[in-house]
Design a protein around this ligand. Structure first.
Ligand code: HEM
Length: 394
């Protein structure tokens, strides 16, 4: 089953998504121009990046243009009502609800006394006002909207095979995968998993890159030189260019930003059968937490770990040569590693190239220092710091 899904992230399919990604990025950047023409110097970059990433994954996962980042879009007005309701719920759940470790009482309780988590969740989800209740309500609204989208697409006779949803429905129709396995509910869940996994993560990473670069003028200068040296500003990079023509951007700045702010600081695994790891005997059913965020700050592998030093990812640096190969694993590792890694990297690179071709960013004086983060399964900017902004200058 994973193979069916992985085929959608093959280089050829990703390359075909380049023009779509680029057009969303260009359209979103128009908003920055509108801001600067209106002399509104401060923009909330984390909102900008979340809308952009949601639009891109919305198109790639559902074939729907949510229209969040189009110029002048204050209220999101996608073409149809199901999509509009759905995306408003999704943005609400991403920005307002804390669907992470600190989010609901039942989850916190589950960490301390696991067997009490489910009974308490069942009770709390019925008590209006609790986080469990809000999460339950939002989840059920989201899944019913999503089911409508899937059912509508399922009925379409001719599907444009560019998005995840259409590809997976067509794979099911052509009997490449089992109908019993790929039920409508299951397909909805898969598509939603992609939306969740592919929006806040990429948006946060884009924000953190811009935040760090704008605080390090020497890095910014090198980055802009590399981007300008590539060619005329209207020349869209190909997949090959993205992989080979931006060594500073690709190998250094993005990796270092993802090291400083590891978007998934924790990854969980459940032991399937008795196993020994590092001298510890782990019985079946044991939960093991891998902490890429801690690994990324280990001074043995990253001297002066709190400093933003993209050059540490220069392949020829001594530091890089001595580093353990698994010291930096922002996309996880092994057979369940992030399926969307290449998709995310393509989107982030294209966005950075386009943004820095047109703008430089500065921290707003209104921004809190240091940046306040929410630590959960996915790292987030706190509500407070979403009010912080970057000043864009042309
Ligand atoms: C900077 C952006 C991203 C980061 C840092 C990131 C990171 C991760 C991590 C750490 C995992 C867990 C891996 C593990 O358990 O070993 C994961 C899983 C996943 N990611 Fe991403 N991700 C990003 C973007 C995306 C995008 C854009 C998509 C979809 C297009 C995506 C889809 C998924 C899916 C479907 C899984 C679950 C895979 C499975 O369970 O087999 N991710 N991601």
């Amino acid at each position: 089953m994973r193979n069916t899904i992985i085929s959608m992230y093959q280089p050829s399919h990703l390359a075909s998504l380049l023009p779509t990604m680029q057009s969303f990025i260009e359209s979103a950047t128009q908003n920055l121009y509108l801001h600067s023409h209106k002399q509104e110097k401060h923009i909330i970059f984390s909102n900008f990046s979340l809308k952009l990433a949601t639009d891109i994954i919305g198109q790639a996962a559902f074939g729907i243009n949510f229209g969040l980042s189009k110029p002048n879009s204050t209220n999101d007005q996608p073409k149809n009502n199901e999509a509009s309701d759905f995306i408003n719920q999704h943005i609400y759940s991403t920005t307002t609800l804390k669907m992470d470790l600190s989010g609901s009482f039942s989850i916190i309780l589950g960490l301390l006394i696991p067997f009490l988590q489910e009974p308490f969740r069942q009770i709390l989800k019925r008590i209006p006002g609790t986080m469990d209740w809000k999460v339950e309500r939002t989840n059920s609204k989201l899944s019913s909207r999503l089911n409508e989208i899937v059912l509508t697409r399922d009925k379409e006779e001719k599907r444009d095979l560019m998005d995840f949803l259409s590809l997976i429905l067509s794979a099911r129709d052509s009997q490449k995968v089992s109908r019993n396995l790929f039920t409508s509910d299951y397909i909805s869940a898969l598509a939603y998993e992609h939306l969740i996994a592919g929006s806040a993560t990429t948006a946060f990473t884009l924000s953190s890159i811009v935040y760090l670069v704008s605080g390090h003028p020497k890095v910014e200068k090198k980055l802009v030189q590399e981007i300008d040296g590539f060619g005329p500003h209207d020349q869209m990079p190909t997949s090959h260019d993205l992989q080979h023509s931006f060594p500073i951007l690709i190998r250094q700045v993005i990796k270092e930003a993802m090291r400083i702010y590891t978007v998934s600081p924790l990854i969980a695994r459940e032991v399937a059968s008795l196993v020994e790891i590092g001298g510890y005997l782990l019985p079946k059913g044991t939960w093991v937490w891998l902490a890429p965020g801690v690994l990324a700050k280990d001074p043995k592998n990253f001297p002066e770990p709190e400093k933003f030093k993209p050059e540490r990812f220069n392949v020829n640096s001594e530091e890089g040569k001595n580093r353990h190969p698994y010291a930096h694993i922002p996309f996880g590792i092994g057979p369940r590693a992030c399926i969307g890694q290449k998709f995310a990297m393509q989107e982030i690179k294209l966005s950075i190239i386009h943004l820095y071709r047109h703008f430089l960013f500065r921290h707003s004086p209104e921004m809190e220092k240091p940046l306040q983060l929410d630590y959960g399964i996915i790292l987030k900017l706190q509500a407070w710091s979403q009010a912080s902004s970057h000043q864009a200058t042309i």
